[in-house]
Ligand binder design. Structure first.
Ligand code: RB5
Length: 151
């Protein structure tokens, strides 16, 4: 499993900590930046390249972090094929994968502390999509939206 991670200044510190723990745990991690802490940088500059890599299948699961996690989630979901959600609890970290095939988990670096974030990351990475007809049917309806060019 190849993990991608991206963060703006609001998630920079959490990203550094999570990369260290992911690598210690044996995961292959690609860091999409920011590569240094620059106050005032913009989350789309890091999150969108990550989201595109997930959509292309180059990255198995993505972690997108900003201060609240909201901007990262909004940006990631603009990329077709990405199913991103802002996660703050363990149930959603696995159910989002099992039922909704979430492939990018967003975290708020100023909201969710490191210890809980690491727990959520592990739950997310260990979860698998359940190939039930109802889940696939719902996802097909979501995917159809990406082909529409209307509001
Ligand atoms: C940064 O100041 C903050 O706006 C950003 O990290 C994020 O929280 C946006 O949703």
């Amino acid at each position: 499993m190849r993990i991608g991670i991206a963060a703006d200044h609001g998630g920079f510190e959490l990203k550094v900590q999570l990369i260290a723990d992911l690598r210690t745990a044996g995961y292959e991690v690609e860091d999409f930046g920011a590569h240094e802490l620059v106050t005032g940088d913009d989350y789309p500059d890091f999150v969108v390249p990550l989201a595109r890599a997930v959509a292309k299948g180059e990255i198995t699961r993505g972690l997108a972090i900003c201060g609240s996690g909201v901007g990262a989630c909004v940006a990631a979901n603009k990329v077709p094929g990405v199913r991103a959600a802002l996660i703050t609890d363990s149930f959603s970290a696995h159910q989002g994968v099992e039922d909704d095939d979430m492939n990018v988990m967003c975290l708020g670096g100023r909201i969710t502390g490191y210890a809980l974030s690491w727990d959520l990351v592990q739950v997310f990475l260990n979860a698998h999509f359940k190939w039930a007809e109802r889940f696939s049917r719902r996802l097909a309806k979501v995917a159809a939206l990406e082909k529409e060019r209307k509001v």
